[in-house]
Design a protein around this ligand. Structure first.
Ligand code: DQA
Length: 139
């Protein structure tokens, strides 16, 4: 399948950012992991990262008619963005939500996810492996 993998704000800081929560591996390592996992599963993937909500809305809109599905870690926008939720609803593509950390076991404000309202599945707390599981879901 042809899948779009979206990573939201601050995920480009992996390795530097709170390594006790997000791990010591950097964002380049995550991208390699996603590409390798997709290849092993027979998917073609496009990787996109942005720190800007509007750019994430734009890439979701541009996925319409182009991709078979979306894997998204909206990062902090998970908990705030009606715009990303609406964009995902607008394109109607099957979406799997991923979080490196377990958002249910952290601060109270992280327990709520707008994207979960549209996601077919939410995977959290598995680190990089969560992305592989998300890609596997599309098989
Ligand atoms: C995150 C969890 C979010 O609460 C946080 O804002 C992030 C990363 C995760 O992958 O665990 O930036 O989505």
């Amino acid at each position: 399948m042809k899948l779009l993998v979206i990573n939201g704000p601050n995920l480009n800081m992996l390795g530097i950012r709170e390594p006790d929560i997000y791990g010591k591996q950097d964002f380049a390592a995550l991208q390699d992991f996603i590409r390798d996992s997709a290849k092993a599963l027979g998917h073609s993937v496009t990787l996109f990262q942005s720190n800007h909500e509007g750019e994430i809305v734009d890439i979701i809109q541009s996925a319409y008619g182009v991709y078979d599905g979306i894997v998204i870690n909206p990062a902090a926008y998970t908990h705030t963005s009606v715009a990303i939720l609406d964009a995902l609803k607008a394109v109607g593509l099957p979406t799997v939500e991923v979080h490196l950390s377990d958002i249910n076991e952290r601060e109270e404000f992280r327990k709520f996810s707008y994207v979960s309202m549209v996601a077919k599945k939410t995977i959290c707390g598995l680190g990089f492996e969560g992305y592989r599981k998300a890609l596997e879901w599309f098989k």
